[in-house]
Ligand binder design. Structure first.
Ligand code: URA
Length: 243
């Protein structure tokens, strides 16, 4: 039982103790209600967000970041996307997938019938990997950085308990499963993360670099597999869709 649930239970027990001296019937009602104390996932995520906000486990990243990028979306989501790490736009805005790759992800979600608010989106790393001053582009997170930050993501997934996880790119897979592989071997089929079905597909940034329709179609086919797994109705238009 986590801290937040424990607090709720203690508060309820305290109420029972206070009321039971005076009114036994009230205490029974309180006890009955206690059985239905369902933890609110947003409340459960809040203390983790706060721990991430002040995290200094990677001192070099704590120094270089503008802010941490925890995650965004619906804590009750059935579908959760896991990316690599914040880029320059995400570092500036404090939200994952808001740059060019993020805009493409949003477009993919829309084609699937989701808004960003319907799903949950997080990264393996909560800080932008630092880059030498004056350089452009992003740096791939190191295995050590990923191992250090991974426990936060594990907690997020434990709370959200999505029906389906999607890992975007081989680095996200390495961070999540600890296994290295090529996208050729990994994508397009179901894997398991702690019992949760995991689909692996290309990172949207890859699609921006490689505009070949065949690659876009592969991502879309992976998303159709996800919709099927979620038992979502798929229209003919969606079946024939080309990203
Ligand atoms: N790429 C990622 O993997 N995550 C982001 O949040 C943005 C770009």
């Amino acid at each position: 039982m986590n801290e937040m649930t424990l607090d709720l239970v203690i508060t309820a027990l305290e109420r029972i103790r206070q009321t039971s001296d005076r009114a036994p019937r009230a205490s029974k009602t309180a006890l009955a209600r206690l059985q239905f104390v369902a933890p609110n996932k947003a409340d459960l995520l809040a203390p983790i967000r706060e721990r991430v906000r002040v995290c200094t486990k990677c001192p070099h990243l704590a120094c270089s970041r503008t802010q941490t990028v925890f995650g965004v979306g619906n804590p009750d989501a059935e579908l959760m996307f896991v990316g690599e790490a914040p880029g320059v736009d995400e570092d500036a805005q404090g939200e994952p997938f808001v740059g060019r790759a993020g805009q493409l992800l949003t477009k993919i979600l829309k084609a699937m019938g989701f808004a960003r608010e319907d799903v949950y989106i997080a990264n393996i790393l909560k800080c932008r990997p630092d880059t030498p001053a004056g350089s452009f582009g992003n740096r791939t997170p190191t295995p050590t950085e990923m191992q250090t930050c991974r426990p936060y993501l594990v907690e997020q997934i434990e709370i959200i308990q999505p029906k389906v996880l999607v890992a975007l790119g081989a680095i996200a897979v390495e961070g999540l499963l600890g296994t290295r592989g090529t996208m050729r071997e990994l994508r397009g089929r179901w894997h398991l993360y702690n019992g949760t079905p995991l689909m692996i597909t290309f990172h949207p940034a890859y699609l921006l670099r490689n505009q070949a329709p065949s690659e876009k179609r592969k991502v879309w086919e992976d998303m159709l597999r996800v919709l099927e797994r979620l038992e979502r109705p798929i229209t003919e238009r969606q079946r024939n869709y080309f990203l």
